[in-house]
Design a protein around this ligand. Structure first.
Ligand SMILES: [Zn+2]
Length: 274
């Protein structure tokens, strides 16, 4: 997930209304994200868009999930990964960054310590999802600095792809620079390999609103999660203690994933853009 939305002005899907995101002037690109609470889950819950279900009747042989930060794979598609595994799909993960910039200025953990912590959390979360045996490819890009390295990332992802596999990645207009750059890189790799690209929104639930014309809802498909998958996802999120709980009482150590943010990401259904 990680610390800061994209800035307005990349053209699509439209500018963020002033004050919507709350990025302070001069804020470093790796600083944490939203000073506003965002669209409450209650607003999304009351919305009935009537999307079709994501079709899993002909699953691919393999799925590569590309996560800009450790936790995005769980927050975005943790439940879907459980379903895919139950269908016999081979899953692999590309960890784009190690998430070392979630707590800049922390007096508790250095960036290197944070990265080690988050890598361990990611492994624990995958174990909880029943995916402890999946291959995790660490791309080693800088947290907050994925943009500009799309071709480098695509070159690392493409060898993992085949024409009969799917690639799951963050939505290219999710308004977090790393999420968007990761989506662009995945699209590049998918295009080269002939793989099917499927995007998942994470921060979109924060800045968008129901029926938001800036979001391609016509591409949205819903993934209803069985109770067991919901529970596994919730437990996997619990593994990310560095993100859901404060590191200390210091202001730089506050939790990144607040209950309001988690409420949007722990719904009984996930959403993908096909
Ligand atoms: Zn992220």
């Amino acid at each position: 997930m990680q610390q800061r939305p994209a800035e307005a002005g990349h053209g699509e899907p439209g500018p963020i209304p002033p004050g919507d995101v709350g990025l302070a002037p001069g804020t470093a690109p790796t600083d944490r994200p939203f000073s506003t609470a965002g669209t409450p889950e209650s607003a999304w819950r009351d919305w009935r868009p009537g999307w079709a279900e994501f079709d899993l009747t002909n699953p691919p042989r393999g799925v590569v999930v590309v996560a800009p930060h450790p936790d995005d794979e769980v927050l975005g598609v943790g439940g879907l990964l459980v379903l895919l595994r139950s269908l016999g799909v081979t899953i692999s993960v590309v960890a784009v960054t190690d998430g070392d910039a979630s707590h800049p200025g922390s007096p508790t953990l250095s960036a290197a310590e944070l990265a080690r912590r988050r890598i361990a959390e990611q492994h624990a979360a995958l174990v909880v999802l029943g995916l402890g045996d999946v291959e995790v490819h660490r791309a080693g890009l800088g947290d907050g600095r994925v943009a500009g390295h799309e071709e480098t990332l695509a070159a690392q992802v493409e060898p993992l792809l085949t024409p009969d596999c799917w690639i799951l990645t963050t939505y290219r207009h999710d308004r977090h620079p790393d999420h968007e750059a990761t989506g662009r890189a995945a699209a590049l790799a998918a295009g080269e390999a002939g793989s099917r690209l499927i995007e998942y929104p994470v921060w979109t639930w924060h800045w968008a609103v129901p029926d938001d014309p800036r979001v391609p809802w016509s591409r949205a498909r819903t993934v209803p999660l069985p109770v067991a998958a919901q529970q596994a996802k919730r437990q996997a999120v619990e593994c990310y203690r560095s993100q859901i709980a404060p590191l200390s009482d210091h202001p730089a150590d506050t939790a990144v994933l607040t209950p309001e943010i988690l409420a949007r990401l722990l719904r009984p259904a996930e959403t993908v853009f096909v």
